[in-house]
Design a protein around this ligand. Structure first.
Ligand code: UT7
Length: 348
């Protein structure tokens, strides 16, 4: 079967840099705590009015398309991964199609949070394998800053996340053994509510456990009153330590699954590009797999956690820095809300 390869890659991050010290002007936090617990020094926040998840995705897509040596008119399918879409519906895929004046091709939005890009990549890979499409644009983009609360009550969430976008163009591989070797996708909804944003939503409280810290149990449906908004009911919720504990198990597990499926070992990896959730998680995984520093790429220090955008931004930066050469074995892995997690092995 025809395998697929990344023919072009690009990323875009907003100009506005917010350091840890900047955040401590709004809430009770400090540079030492943030760096020690997460590795993050600064992050980018999109322009509140001028930039959206789609516009950032477009900027990244333009670079990826140019580097693939095609034009926007050649793209025959769009997959857009995000948890922070411009609209509740329709998705960002069609907005990007409109903005880039593409043909009337299919556009699919993927809502798998931190593993969204890897899910999107896996879908694109299957379409290339079957011969259905030849130039698939895969985008991961997030504008977290629009929904974040910069008060102390939300400090465990709002110091972590940042904005940005990454994109790749997937095409049929040119030679045998090149391109995506395999992708591995998983989910476990048992703990869906420990990293979630409940509104807007149609749950009418059906799924929400009665725990302190969860939004008002009386609420439900799409419509929110001003009081409900002010109470923090429509903000992202995260039980950080619980997510951390699961992540450090699932990251190595899904990487080993990918290696095993291809009869390879961790020592064969030339570069691991993990989802940038927390530098401590990446370092733990690195240690477990016994990988030297030069074989793991991290940029969370500069951008924070950009969820669906983090893997393509990191991959793009690593490629631009010359850390990825033809023939290298690249491992991508992600874990996040859902829980969902995934990996991909690529022979560049
Ligand atoms: O992208 C995938 C999904 N997300 C993740 O993978 C995130 C995984 N989890 C984490 O990265 C970490 O759990 C966090 C970075 C979110 C938190 O680090 P932690 O070491 O697990 O801290 P904690 O939540 O256990 O909080 C420890 C203390 C608490 O104070 P007390 O109760 O010990 O007095 C918090 O209130 O740190 C406090 N704290 C803060 N202090 C200063 C929480 N956030 C902050 C903050 N600044 N921003």
């Amino acid at each position: 079967m025809q395998s697929s390869r990344i023919a072009g890659i690009g990323h875009y991050v907003p100009k506005n840099v917010y350091t840890n010290a900047d955040l401590s002007r709004f809430m009770d936090t400090n540079d030492e705590w943030i760096q020690e617990r997460t590795g993050i020094r600064e992050r980018r926040f999109a322009d509140r009015l001028e930039e959206t998840t789609t516009t950032m995705g477009v900027e990244a897509a333009k670079i990826a398309i140019g580097r693939a040596g095609i034009t926007a008119q050649d793209v025959d399918f769009i997959i857009f991964a995000t948890l922070s879409p411009d609209y509740y519906f329709p998705g960002c895929g069609v907005l990007l199609q409109r903005e880039m004046k593409m043909k009337e091709v299919g556009a699919l939005d993927v809502r798998n949070q931190c593993s969204g890009f890897l899910y999107a990549l896996s879908i694109a890979d299957q379409f290339i394998k079957t011969g259905m499409y030849k130039n698939i644009l895969v985008v991961g983009s997030e504008k977290h800053s629009f929904a974040m609360d910069f008060e102390t009550r939300s400090r465990n969430v709002s110091v972590i996340f940042g904005d940005g976008a990454g994109a790749v163009v997937l095409q049929p591989a040119q030679k045998e053994g090149q391109g995506i070797l395999s992708t591995h996708l998983h989910s476990d909804g048992a703990d869906a509510e420990i990293l979630a944003m409940f509104y807007p939503g149609s749950h009418a409280n059906k799924w929400m456990p009665e725990k302190p810290g969860y939004p008002d149990q009386e609420l439900g449906g799409l419509f929110l009153t001003t009081e409900q908004l002010q109470s923090g009911s429509a903000l992202p919720y995260m039980d950080g330590p619980a997510v951390f504990k699961k992540a450090v198990v699932k990251f190595p597990e899904v990487i080993r699954e990918a290696l095993q499926a291809n009869q390879l070992s961790a020592q064969d990896i030339d570069l691991l590009v993990p989802h940038q959730a927390n530098l401590r998680i990446s370092q733990y995984v690195q240690q477990l797999l016994d990988l030297p520093d030069e074989k793991v790429f991290n940029n969370i220090q500069k951008y924070g956690n950009t969820t669906a955008a983090s893997v393509p931004i990191a991959l793009s930066e690593a490629w631009e820095a010359g850390k990825i050469k033809d023939g290298d074995l690249i491992c991508l892995a992600a874990f996040g809300s859902g829980f969902t997690w995934a990996s991909a092995l690529i022979r560049w």
